[in-house]
Design a protein around this ligand. Sequence first.
Ligand code: HEC
Ligand code: HEC
Length: 366
Amino acid sequence: MKPRTFFGSAFALLIGATLVVSCGQPTPADTPTEETPSTQTTDSTSKEIVTAAMLSSFASLPNKVSSSDYQLTDEIITLGRMLYYEPRISVNQQVSCNSCHALDQYGVDGLPTSVGHDGQSGSRNAPTVYNAALHIAQFWDGRSPDVEDQAKGPIVNPIEMGMPSGDDVTAALRAISGYDPLFAAAFPNDPDPITYENAATAIGAFERRLLTPSRFDQFLEGDTSQLSEQEQRGLTTFVTVGCATCHNNAAVGGMMYQKLGIVQAYITDDLGRFDITGQENDRYVFKVPSLRNIAETTPYLHDGSITTLDEMVRMMGRHQLGRELTDTQVNDIIAFLESLTGEIPYDYIAPPQLPDTEPTSSDSSG
Ligand code: HEC
Ligand code: HEC
């Protein structure tokens, strides 16, 4: 299913003429500011219009992200959901994907950097799994091509789920006999379906429907009443100051790599994509994150160092665009970002009953 772009809809013809929002209220005369005129010019226009051209940077969320490698069947998704919540594929049998990407908390753990088995801490913030299947690649540095490949990483990561090897994951799954029929149903053409690879594929399949449409999607589809005047002003500012040159498309991000500190350097020990490619111009380059649900996934950045959206938006202005955003601009942008908070699909993510180690049948002959 292709996401519909706003630009393509018939409604695009209407919007330029009808959506007029006022912006940049003059500073009250009794509270003079020391702002130089140059910083005020950015929001000095008295009226800004959400035009179809502005909205063409975005697209509404699809209801699934298909894979070219396999079919997203109910059976594979059912299995993937179980494995997502399965702590028995971690070395201490206590950590699952959901430990760090809590699905009822917008897919994050709320910590600056995640804590894995034995309380060990990594050096990066856990991004949300919601809408991640849309991204060009996975991880802050894009080192994994898709959600299926990505899912293999944490299971054997020594400080995440800590399994010694993929073979140990396969062995752990084979020891849980309740998984036999589930893997067989999910991978009907595979004579030996219980493998670490297939487990990761099933988890990826489950993630391909972890999508969170919000009011912004309804707005993109033509229902202008979905965004308040301030939110529309924030959307306009988001586009006109340049945020959407990097944060765009259906996930409002996730589609390209960019340097953190492209205008004003950002001090971090993390070299980003340079560690993957070894290319000089990849120093401090990261995947541009999706801003879907951003109001719910604090703290921010790859290092989890920024705790508020206010600080985050201002520093993006400075480091990525070389401009000092005004308070009005910041508040409007935050209002727009809040409209990207979607609905958690509670039915889809309901924690399943995990299979027993012993067969559930009453056959006692063995
Ligand atoms: C101990 C905490 C922890 C566990 C357990 C964990 N993750 Fe993560 N996850 C992270 C961190 C931290 C990152 C970012 C690492 C990086 O970019 O280098 C991440 C990144 C991701 C991403 C990339 C998202 C994006 O925007 O690029 C996905 C998808 C993901 N994890 C899914 C999973 C799945 C599926 C599992 C279970 C198999 C899992 N994670 C287990 C902490 C965890
Ligand atoms: C030149 C590209 C670029 C521009 C322009 C840009 N950003 Fe970003 N943005 C990034 C990158 C790259 C990151 C991730 C950096 C990191 O974590 O190391 C990021 C991170 C963020 C985050 C934190 C996301 C998270 O999950 O931690 C927010 C919020 C954000 N940007 C908002 C904005 C806003 C608002 C604007 C406009 C004022 C903007 N960005 C302009 C590239 C850009």
